[in-house]
Ligand binder design. Structure first.
Ligand code: NAD
Length: 478
């Protein structure tokens, strides 16, 4: 049984859409219908936007300590309910239950971190050039905010917006993905039960473009935060410009994973495979272009193939499953088109390369070697369980190839050369660089891309600052 009741949260009340419109929610592992996702009407969206203004007036007046108390209580409720929320996530999104629990753990940590950091929204005093004048810079919450988030991390994508906004003293209208609504609903119930005032957090669903046009057309939300694809991000930024909203854009990536001959190869292979197939590769910072130096290439490919072939693909609720299905049927077609194009370009499909069953959206963990840089998979973000591996000779060559795309989210490098390890972080054109490990996403560190991967950070002090505005007050005191 799917554990969550599908409802929207508007002005502190759980509700269905006022005109009764819904869409089916599917389990990607079984294609079974789990429930009906309510769609907000225009009137519902207006109610949510207005409620966020009412909520802002209450929430922004509380002290950071008072806000922390509510957020901490919500974190404790999430801990108590973690098993049920993780089950909801697995059923609607497909990832293995163990991964869903880890994600909820990350969610709880991020919530606690933002709740605590809200107390450190420091301003400063600037010595004045006029006698008897005090000059103060203060940080204030930007106002009611809006956010739209993708389905790949139903908990984490949502909490980064919710906790960032709430920690800074903002209110929020958020549209989680209609493909993974239950996780955000379950999290919102924790906030409600923790005593969050009405209107501070509003959750809506609908036809994505209709919702975003309506919400972004209002002057009430003062900020937009989006997690999703580059084309949708560009589209939303244009809409947000009409009402001069500031934006945070967490968009796609195409992460190079560079392995030098001097690397600890076993460590590189182990981390490469584990990270590549986590969440079936549907991760914006997933390694997606593997560059291995000539002398280590064959050994790396052999080790990678061995581990990838041993992965157990299945329903995420079953024991021992390493990788679940893709989110939807449409993604299987996208995977096929990447594989066919690579094959036509002269690459070898070493492992996988096809869908796995007639029921559920399962795609085989796939390893593709000798992939030319001209193949589609080396240019477009695959967002799935495909690992293209290619060889390189020199440092300058691999740097040029790694930096050749307009994306700039994450990159990874494995080397034992200390000089190279120290310098490569500044040579790679990405917002995050992992050297000899891949853990680039934690609550206290900034997460975000550059170039076409977007701008603005979530996490770290930058993540809170994104929801704050700067005010200057100058006062003649003597
Ligand atoms: P998509 O571009 O159609 O949708 C991505 C997400 O944006 C979905 O959750 C969708 O509901 C939402 N969306 C689409 N149009 C919207 C609109 N006008 N207003 C508000 N939200 C809107 O692609 P898809 O098939 O769902 O996912 C695959 C692609 O999405 C991948 O190529 C990948 O680049 C990207 N993606 C990126 C991230 C990320 O974290 N950066 C997360 C998920 C998906």
């Amino acid at each position: 049984m799917y554990p969550e009741k599908l409802e929207m949260l508007i002005a502190g009340e759980w509700c269905q859409g006022s005109d009764g419109k819904t869409e089916n929610l599917l389990n990607p592992a079984t294609e079974e219908v789990l429930g009906q996702v309510p769609h907000a009407s225009s009137a519902d969206l207006d109610r949510a936007i207005n409620a966020s203004l009412d909520g802002f007036k209450v929430w922004s007046k509380l002290t950071a300590l008072e806000r922390q108390v509510v957020m901490e209580k919500a974190a404790r409720l999430m801990e108590e309910r973690i098993d049920t929320i993780a089950r909801t996530m697995t059923m609607e999104m497909g990832k293995p239950l163990a991964e869903a629990k880890i994600e909820m753990d990350v969610v709880i940590n991020a919530l606690r971190w933002y709740a605590e950091e809200g107390k450190r929204a420091y301003g400063r005093l600037i010595p004045a050039r006029f006698t008897g004048v005090r000059q103060m810079v203060t940080k204030e919450p930007v106002g009611p905010c809006c956010a739209f988030v993708a389905w790949n991390f139903p908990g984490n994508n949502a909490i980064r917006k919710i906790a960032g906004a709430l920690g800074a003293g903002c209110s929020l209208v958020i549209k989680p993905s209609e493909e993974t609504p239950g996780t955000a609903i379950a999290m919102a119930r924790c906030f409600q039960d923790a005593g969050l005032p009405a209107g501070v957090l509003n959750i809506v669903f609908g036809v994505p473009d209709d919702v975003s046009r309506h919400v972004l057309g209002s002057w009430i939300p003062r900020k937009l935060s989006f997690t999703g694809s580059v084309p949708v991000g560009i589209h939303l930024q244009k809409l947000a410009a009409e009402t001069l909203k500031r934006c945070t854009m967490e968009l796609g990536g195409h992460a190079p994973f560079i392995v030098y001959d001097d690397a600890d190869l076993e460590q590189a292979i182990e981390q490469a495979v584990a990270f590549k197939y986590r969440n079936a590769g549907q991760v914006c910072i997933s390694p997606t272009r593997f560059f291995v130096q000539q002398d280590s290439y064959n050994k790396f490919v052999d080790g990678f193939k061995k581990r990838a072939s041993a992965l157990n693909v299945g329903n995420g609720l079953d024991d021992g499953v390493d990788m679940g299905p893709l989110i939807a049927d449409r993604r299987l077609d996208v995977m096929d088109s990447f594989v066919n194009d690579a094959r036509d370009a002269g690459a070898k499909i070493e492992v996988g390369g096809q869908r796995l069953t007639n029921q559920g959206y399962f795609y085989a963990p796939t390893v593709i070697t000798d992939v030319p840089d001209t193949a589609k998979i080396m240019k477009d973000e695959p967002f799935g369980p495909l690992a293209p591996i290619t060889a390189f000779r020199t440092h300058d060559e691999v740097l040029e190839r790694a930096n050749s795309l307009p994306f700039g989210l994450a990159s990874y490098v494995f080397t034992r050369d200390n000089e190279r390890a120290a310098s490569i972080g500044s040579e790679l054109e990405t917002g995050m660089v992992g050297v000899n490990h891949v853990r680039v996403s934690t609550p206290e560190t900034p997460f975000g891309g550059i170039n076409e991967s977007g701008y603005g950070s979530e996490g770290g002090i930058e993540g809170l600052d994104a929801y704050l505005r700067t005010k200057f007050v100058t006062e003649q005191i003597t």
